[in-house]
Write a protein that binds this ligand. Structure first.
Ligand SMILES: C[S@@+](CC[C@H](N)C(=O)[O-])C[C@H]1O[C@@H](n2cnc3c(N)ncnc32)[C@H](O)[C@@H]1O
Length: 248
């Protein structure tokens, strides 16, 4: 899978995506992340890429021509997704990450200053994605979050020991709590069931924990679940006697 990032700060992307699982996947060429410096396409002798907004107001706006030429320099065929990172876009989610992980080429456009001239957005962008209802100084951190979340769903990126199958949002639930050695830490014990070696019990316990976590931490997600009879009964019992479910 190929990511092409159009940005004024290529170094940010190159520095941050060279480590850990994503760094390894890049080395093994399972994913490629290329950066294009929009400033290289400025046709102004001072390499300016921004200008004052028509109509007045604070800040500067990225000019359309360098952005368009940076995109054209990729030489893609035009059928690919071109994502503009913007607080005005669809909130990013695991579902969108899953959908994007099936693409071969993804172009990500990072804005800066007050944003980008609307005309080039209309011309080249297919999707607008937001990291959330807050405003960042630039699209780079948002682009990296998208690249990271999408890449780890690409076959071969996660090693055998790292799996996304039970993870939060993969089955509609938040993930169950995780524990590792030692069995006791500051007076807190690992739930007995996890030491039992009984895989059936462990699976059931994890599933119940995931239900309760989702109920408590993300009631908005919980509300949309359609629960089996067994799960409904479990949750009802928990709500009648909260705190009795957990570490058994
Ligand atoms: C300061 S912001 C511009 C915000 C714009 N004036 C507005 O109010 O919608 C500069 C750039 O940061 C990026 N950015 C800011 N917040 C973001 C968010 N929540 N999600 C994704 N990208 C964001 C976008 O690429 C944007 O063009």
């Amino acid at each position: 899978m190929n990511f092409y990032v159009l940005t004024l700060f290529t170094q940010m992307i190159d520095d941050c995506l060279g480590h850990s699982i994503i760094g390894r996947a890049r080395k093994e060429k399972i994913i490629n992340v290329s950066t294009v410096d929009i400033r290289d396409f400025s046709n102004d002798k001072h390499r300016h890429v921004d200008d004052y907004p028509y109509g007045g107001g604070a800040g500067m706006v990225m000019k359309p021509q360098p952005v368009y030429d940076a995109y054209k320099s990729l030489g893609l065929n035009g059928g690919e997704r071109v994502i503009y990172m913007t607080p005005q876009g669809r909130p990013f989610s695991q579902k969108i990450a899953q959908e994007l992980s099936e693409e071969e080429n993804i172009v990500i456009l990072c804005g800066h200053y007050e944003g980008i001239d609307e005309r080039v957005i209309e011309e080249i962008v297919t999707d607008e994605i937001s990291m959330g209802d807050f405003v960042l100084t630039g699209g780079e951190l948002a682009a990296m979050a998208v690249i990271d979340a999408v890449s780890r769903l690409v076959p071969g990126v996660l090693g055998k020991e790292e799996s996304f199958l039970d993870e939060s949002f993969s089955n509609g639930l938040l993930e169950y709590p995780q524990y590792t050695r030692p069995p006791e830490f500051m007076g807190r014990n690992v739930p007995e069931v996890l030491l039992s070696g009984d895989h059936g019990r462990v699976d059931r316990w994890r599933h119940e924990q995931a239900l309760i976590r989702t109920l408590n931490k993300r009631p908005d997600i919980f509300e949309k679940l359609s629960l089996s009879e067994k799960d409904s009964a479990y949750v009802k019992n928990y709500l009648d006697r909260p705190g009795t479910d957990t570490n058994s």
